[in-house]
Ligand binder design. Structure first.
Ligand SMILES: Nc1ncnc2c1ncn2[C@@H]1O[C@H](COP(=O)(O)OP(=O)(O)OP(=O)(O)O)[C@@H](O)[C@H]1O
Ligand SMILES: [Mg+2]
Length: 288
């Protein structure tokens, strides 16, 4: 008579070992790309994050918004520019980044979390000044410095401030906009921002949600990648564009003491729960 209910109880119980393992642990989730395009997927991501908080983990959301920024730029007649996966951010582009990431996407995620029954606090740029930044000078293949405009690099994270909000029951939601010493704002690659936050908070896990299965080689999923293989694939060009900062950020976070880093497919409903509550996980696991 209660068969189906018992089945449901068993399904919940299967999560118990993972709930015990990750209790109180910080899980930094980078959310971007196509996974953010559909309302249904957005809803499933938010539900997962709220659930993690409710069962005693400490999730933090860091979001990008590349496709939406590109769309907004094109509407203004501006063509998005990238060098080695990093956006070239001139003054006009910075204004668009601030609007799309900070004012639109950040607030949208915060309100979705609230609707799903969680407490969220949004931070971006001067709001909270969580990410300290300075100008990022990229080097090209010949070692020459490339000027990426207002594209920044993480100089520090106000992690105690973040911790305070987390202890009060809030899920921090961060746009990857940093503030410089003189008060200027910088556009930071969201993967790098997420990795820095994970490192400063000594996170258990860094989860990069993207719009592909994980790292792909000749179209096939690479389920585990280490520094050696990643460098080889970057050199050969089989890892390119936005996947370069993603893999590099994962490796950086691991060097800084984050326990595990994963690149997973945000198009898959409940990808976060699948990653956390199964032994093998999904996507690509990055190792030192
Ligand atoms: N070897 C590879 N495996 C998988 N994806 C790759 C590879 N090389 C390049 N890519 C590209 O990297 C993209 C993911 O990075 P991208 O920066 O575009 O998205 P994101 O970081 O998820 O989102 P956002 O930049 O909006 O935060 C993939 O969609 C794919 O086109
Ligand atoms: Mg990206």
């Amino acid at each position: 008579m209660f068969k189906h209910l018992i089945k449901r109880a068993n399904a919940v119980l299967e999560a118990l070992p993972y709930l015990t393992k990750f209790n109180g642990k910080t899980i930094v989730i980078k959310y971007g790309g196509a996974a953010m395009q559909s309302d249904e997927l957005k809803h499933s991501v938010i539900q997962d994050v709220v659930l993690l908080k409710m069962v005693g983990m400490e999730p933090i959301l860091v979001h990008g918004g590349g496709p939406e920024i590109n769309k907004a730029l094109r509407r203004k007649g501006l063509e998005p520019k990238f060098v080695g996966g990093y956006r070239v951010t001139d003054k006009e582009t910075m204004k668009v980044v601030q609007k799309v990431l900070g004012e639109k996407i950040n607030q949208q995620i915060v309100s979705l979390i609230k609707k799903a029954g969680g407490k969220a606090k949004g931070f971006y740029g001067k709001k909270g000044r969580v990410i300290k930044a300075f100008k990022y000078w990229k080097k090209d293949a010949d070692g020459n410095q490339v000027d990426l405009g207002f594209t920044g690099q993480v100089g520090g994270i106000r992690y105690r401030f973040l911790n305070k909000w987390m202890k009060l029951g809030y899920i921090p939601v961060l746009s990857s906009i940093g503030v410089g010493k003189r008060g200027g704002i910088y556009n930071i690659n969201a993967d790098k921002a997420a990795a820095a936050i994970a490192a400063y908070l000594k996170a258990e896990k860094l989860i990069m949600m993207t719009d592909v299965l994980g790292v792909l080689e000749s179209g096939k999923l690479v389920s585990e990648i280490n520094t050696y293989r990643a460098e080889k694939m970057i050199k050969s060009g089989s890892i390119s564009g936005g996947m370069i900062p993603k893999v590099k950020s994962c490796l950086y976070s691991l060097r800084k003491g984050v326990k595990t880093a994963h690149i997973i497919d945000g198009r898959l409903p409940h990808a976060i729960l699948l990653e956390l509550f199964t032994d093998h996980g999904i996507g690509t696991m990055v190792r030192k």
